[in-house]
Design a protein around this ligand. Structure first.
Ligand code: KG4
Ligand code: ZN
Length: 329
């Protein structure tokens, strides 16, 4: 069994997954403390990881009916993410692995999102096109094997989830605002306002910063009262613009495939409109269950199944990295 740890942002996660991709436990402890700041505060995130990580690992083992003795590999997110947050997971994983002289598999967080698709009970096999949209990342990839991907496009500025969160904030909906904005949007008219979908950005890259600014100006133009009255229409039009941007790029990428199939991961995969629009693309669509789309350690274990493990004691000087590496196959 693989014991995995993920602490790249504000969720403290541990999971136990079998070698054939069966999830025995998947524990996520979300740090509610960041909401009052309207976003994740890195230093607070690190401190909370430190307080939570041992209990979360114990909980994952217990829920799996296992002990550390049952693990033959420890996996951990090495990057990208917040460096202080990552280091808590990396140090914990090293200590656990070294205590049992186990090998350690450093895993890329984005490869983890891709590898969520390889977990039981409904794994899909490469090749497929994979859209990853979360609060920190938005990328479109071509997956032809289990241990890497080809980067087709990525956001040039904000991530899609970040766009949802910033829009929600402008509409006074709190943080993280994606789900709240989406709920409000369900009662509005997506055609009420014309927000930009970055149609001018060529190829398969994304851009969401202009959209956020457009909403800001619209809210200013309308004024407080009118904004409140039209909140549902604003939310619906804004959500429509984000989703259309994601769908348009995905569609472009799929058009180049002989046997097009789309997988979607990241927190934004929970979005109702995105799911509807993906389902209407006319290609097979694979979306892991929500708890495997948002940040979790089971996806890190899944990626570790196909990664080269580092033997004891070679991983003791392993470091975290902050920015994406996009290791191709
Ligand atoms: O993958 P995730 O849990 O954490 C990151 O790695 O960022 O993604 C969280 C992001 C947040 O920006 C949140 O607002 C967004 O996913 N999100 C949604 C929905 N559920 C979560 N955005 C739109 N609609 C949703 N239903
Ligand atoms: Zn993530």
């Amino acid at each position: 069994m693989i014991l995995a740890i993920e602490t790249s942002c504000d969720d403290t996660c541990a999971a136990v997954v079998t070698r054939d991709g069966e999830v025995r436990s998947n524990v996520v402890s979300s740090q509610g403390v960041h909401a009052r700041f309207g976003g994740v505060v890195p230093e607070i995130a690190s401190r909370h990881h430190l307080e939570l990580v041992n209990a979360v690992v114990d909980d994952a083992l217990e829920r799996a009916g296992a002990t550390l003795d049952d693990a033959d590999l420890v996996a951990v997110t090495q990057g990208p993410g917040l460096v202080g947050a990552l280091l808590v997971g990396v140090a914990t994983a090293k200590a656990l692995a070294a205590a049992r002289r186990l090998p350690l598999a450093p895993v890329d967080h984005l490869q983890g999102h891709v590898a969520a698709n390889f977990l039981a009970p409904e794994p899909i096999e490469p090749p497929f096109t994979c859209l990853i949209a979360s609060g920190g990342h938005t990328l479109l990839t071509r997956v032809t094997g289990h241990s890497g991907y080809e980067l087709l496009g990525q956001t040039l500025d904000d991530a899609a989830g970040e766009a949802f969160d910033k829009g929600a904030r402008l509409l006074g909906l709190g943080y993280p605002g994606g789900p709240a904005l989406s709920r409000l949007a369900a009662e509005g008219d997506p055609q009420a306002f014309g927000f930009p979908t970055a149609a001018r950005v060529a190829g398969l890259d994304f851009s969401f910063a202009g959209l956020k600014t457009a909403l800001l100006y619209k809210v200013r133009d309308l004024g407080e009262e009118e904004t409140a009255r039209r909140a549902a229409d604003l939310a619906a039009s804004y959500e429509h613009a984000i989703v259309e941007a994601l769908i348009a790029r995905s569609e472009r990428a799929l058009a180049a495939e002989r046997e097009p199939r789309l997988a979607i991961g990241g927190g934004v995969a929970a979005n109702r409109l995105l799911r509807e629009r993906a389902a209407a693309l006319g290609v097979p669509v694979h979306i892991p269950p929500p708890e495997l789309c948002t940040d979790n350690a089971a996806m890190i274990a899944s990626a570790a199944r196909f990664a080269a493990p580092v033997a004891f004691p070679d991983y003791l000087d392993l470091d975290a990295y902050v920015t994406a590496h996009h290791h191709a196959l």
